[in-house]
Design a protein around this ligand. Structure first.
Ligand SMILES: *[C@@H]1O[C@H](CO)[C@@H](O)[C@H](O)[C@H]1NC(C)=O
Ligand SMILES: *[C@@H]1O[C@H](CO)[C@@H](O)[C@H](O)[C@H]1NC(C)=O
Ligand SMILES: [Ca+2]
Length: 365
C-alpha cells in the first residue's frame, strides 16, 4: 500500500486537494475561486512532492507475525488490558461487553514527518448502531493508561484519531425526540481527529464534536475487503485518509494545517466496548518516515521546538465545524441572488416587450 513513486505522491496530493475543495466548498459561489486556488497551489507544490520519499521504519511498525508482541520484553510493542495477539491480528477487544485493550509502542518517535498506515478490521454480531464503541490511533506523550477515550486516558497529550462506531449524541437526541438537521446529522461509523494538550477533555456524550479538527463518515464494519486508515503528518499539516471501499483508493477525510505535535511521543492503538461491542482488530501499523525538503523560510518557521501540542487557528477550525450558521448565510445569499436574477429577467422582459409593443403600434400608424 505504500506509495513509493513520487509521481504517485503528487497525483495523490492533487486529488486530495481537489476532492477536499469540491466536497467541502461546493456550496457557495466561491467554489470556482477555490478550485483555481487549489489548482495553483498544487502546481506550486509540484516540486516539493517530487522530493519526497518514504521509508518504512520497522521499530515503529507492527505487522505479522507479531513476533514477541505481548510476551517478550524485547518486542517493540506492548499489550494492555483485554488485547491479545493471534496469528492473524492484534485484537484490541473481542465482541464482548465492557472490554478495553490497547497496544503501545515502547519507543518514542523523534521523526519530523511521518505517515502511519493502519490496516484494521471492525466486525461483530451487532446490527447497525447496536455495536460499539470504536477504536483510536494515538501519538501521545502518555502510554499504557486505561481510560474512557476509546480505552485510553482522558486529557491525553498529543494526537488521537478515532473511528467512532456508535452515535451517542444522536441516540440521545432521538430519545428526546430532537434531531440534527439532515445537514449536520452524521452517518456512523465516523472518523475524526483531536489534539489534546493534557487539559482538554474528550466529550464522549457528544462523540467528540466540541474538539474535533475534522472528520468523515466511514462504513467500515463487517466488510469482506481490507480497510485502511492513513494518518500523515508533514510540515505540521495533519491529513487523514481512508481506504475502505476495497478499490485501493484513498479518500480524503480531514486536512488541517498548523498542527503542532512535539517529537518523542508514542504511537498506540486502543479500543473499548460497553453495553455494545465489536471485535476491534489491528492487522498492521506501518510507520513511514517521510523525507521532505524544506525551504529556508519553512526551516525558520519550524525552528522553534514544540513542547505542548496545539493547533493554529483552533477557534476558527472548531467554529468552522458548526456548519449551520455558515450554510444559513450561504442559503440566504443563494436565494437572494436567485430572486435578484429573476427580478432582472422580469424587468428586461418587460422593457423588451414594451419596446416591441411600441414598435408594433408605430408600424400601425
Ligand atoms: C490547552 O488547550 C486549551 C483549549 O485550547 C486552552 O484553553 C489551554 O490554555 C491549553 N493549555 C495549555 C497548557 O496549553
Ligand atoms: C480533564 O481536564 C479538565 C479541565 O482541565 C478537568 O475538569 C477534568 O477533571 C480532567 N479529567 C480528567 C480525567 O483528568
Ligand atoms: Ca461515540
Amino acid at each position: 500500500m505504500a506509495a513509493t513513486t513520487n509521481q504517485n505522491l503528487f497525483g495523490r496530493n492533487l486529488s486530495w486537494v481537489l476532492y477536499t475543495r469540491f466536497n467541502m466548498d461546493f456550496k457557495s459561489y466561491w467554489t470556482f475561486v477555490f478550485i483555481i486556488v487549489a489548482l495553483s497551489q498544487s502546481f506550486a507544490n509540484d516540486d516539493d512532492h517530487h522530493e519526497m520519499e518514504e521509508f518504512l521504519k520497522r521499530e515503529y511498525s507492527l505487522s505479522k507475525p507479531y513476533q514477541g508482541v505481548g510476551s517478550s520484553g524485547s518486542s517493540h510493542w506492548e499489550l494492555m488490558g483485554d488485547s491479545m495477539v493471534t496469528t492473524e491480528q492484534v485484537r484490541l477487544t473481542s465482541d464482548m461487553q465492557s472490554r478495553q485493550g490497547a497496544v503501545w509502542s515502547r519507543i518514542p518517535c523523534h521523526l519530523k514527518d511521518w505517515e502511519m498506515q493502519v490496516h484494521f478490521k471492525i466486525h461483530g454480531q451487532g446490527k447497525k448502531n447496536l455495536n460499539g464503541d470504536g477504536m483510536a490511533i494515538w501519538y501521545t506523550k502518555e502510554r499504557m493508561q486505561k481510560g474512557p477515550v476509546f480505552g485510553n486516558k482522558d486529557n491525553f497529550t498529543g494526537l488521537g484519531v478515532f473511528v467512532d462506531t456508535y452515535p451517542n449524541e444522536e441516540k440521545q437526541l432521538e430519545a428526546q425526540k430532537k434531531r440534527y438537521s439532515p445537514r449536520t446529522q452524521r452517518i456512523f461509523p465516523f472518523v475524526l481527529a483531536m489534539v489534546g494538550n493534557g487539559s482538554v477533555g474528550y466529550d464522549h456524550e457528544r462523540d467528540g464534536r466540541p474538539t474535533e479538527l475534522g472528520g468523515c463518515n466511514a462504513m467500515v464494519r463487517n466488510l469482506k475487503h481490507d480497510t485502511f486508515l492513513f494518518i500523515r503528518y508533514i510540515r505540521r499539516r495533519l491529513t487523514v485518509m481512508i481506504d475502505i471501499d476495497g478499490q485501493h483508493e484513498w479518500r480524503d477525510c480531514l486536512d488541517v494545517p498548523g498542527v503542532k505535535l512535539p517529537k518523542g511521543y508514542y504511537f498506540g492503538a486502543s479500543s473499548i466496548t460497553g453495553d455494545l461491542s465489536d471485535n476491534h482488530d489491528v492487522l498492521s501499523l506501518k510507520l513511514y518516515q517521510l523525507t521532505v525538503l524544506r525551504s529556508k523560510k519553512e526551516e525558520e518557521e519550524e525552528a522553534e521546538e514544540i513542547t505542548i501540542p496545539s493547533v493554529d487557528n483552533l477557534e476558527q477550525i472548531l467554529r468552522g465545524e458548526m456548519e449551520e450558521g455558515m450554510s444559513g448565510v450561504a442559503i440566504f445569499f443563494t436565494v437572494l441572488f436567485c430572486m435578484l436574477g429573476f427580478f432582472m429577467l422580469v424587468v428586461v422582459g418587460l422593457v423588451v416587450y414594451s419596446h416591441w409593443n411600441e414598435n408594433r403600434r408605430k408600424r400601425f400608424y
